[in-house]
Design a protein. Structure first.
Length: 230
């Protein structure tokens, strides 16, 4: 256990901060994912074929492409795209995108594709009579969404969003390729330095399992709260 000591003699503090980084990336990616889902869910539900096509392309492509490839495209392609735009304005030096921003955005887009499908399915599961009753009562579009659609959508979506969260949490291990020091990257560094890969990779697995366990407990409480009366 000396390897997990805090301070100069062990790797405990480094792994602790790496765990915080993993949590920060996961939460940021989920927020970004919800933002994309808020845009593309209405497109998926739209009766206009052109808008529906855009939503389908987004979810199909992102879910069909390996997550690591998406990260590579954003990490390397993003820098290239920004440098191209900068060169138009006469700036020709190398521009490197922050690894945290790149990783969170790439995983957020992946999370958004899955969240879009979850929200779409949840809304379509709401009884059509609810929408008809809202129109008869003369509620505005905002009132319909905030008072009728949103509460029922959350009740139906939370169980599946827990799966999206687990996917997002585990996908953070992939951004170690960008150099961002999260659990997987720090475990790799510690394993290489001590030449004890089995110990550190096993401890990394325990950290991921612990994060998943705590997350599921919190999500179950949310699910119970939004399922009151059912």
């Amino acid at each position: 256990m000396d390897l997990l000591a805090f301070g100069d003699t062990g790797w405990g503090d480094e792994l602790f901060y790496a765990t915080l980084m993993t949590i920060a990336v996961s939460i940021t990616a989920m927020i970004i994912g919800f933002s994309f889902a808020a845009i593309f869910t209405p497109l998926k539900l739209s009766k206009l074929k052109s808008l529906n096509l855009i939503g389908n392309i987004y979810t199909t492509v992102i879910r069909g492409v390996p997550e690591l490839l998406v990260i590579y495209l954003f990490f390397f392609g993003g820098s290239g795209a920004i440098m191209f735009v900068a060169s138009i304005f006469g700036y020709n030096d190398y521009i490197e995108i922050n690894a945290f921003i790149t990783g969170s955005f790439a995983i957020g887009i992946i999370s958004g594709a899955y969240s879009t499908e979850v929200f779409r399915g949840a809304i379509q599961s709401i009884d059509k009579g609810q929408f008809e009753a809202a129109k008869i009562l003369g509620l505005s579009k905002f009132a319909q969404f905030y008072k009728i659609i949103l509460p029922q959508m959350l009740r139906l979506a939370i169980p599946n969003l827990s799966n999206v969260w687990q996917i997002t949490l585990k996908d953070t291990s992939l951004i170690s390729v960008t150099g961002l020091v999260e659990i997987m990257r720090q475990s790799y560094i510690a394993a290489g330095s001590t030449r004890d890969p089995l110990f550190f990779y096993s401890f990394a697995a325990i950290l991921y399992l612990l994060l998943t366990f705590v997350s599921m407990k919190l999500i179950n409480k949310l699910e119970t709260r939004y399922s009151r009366g059912y």
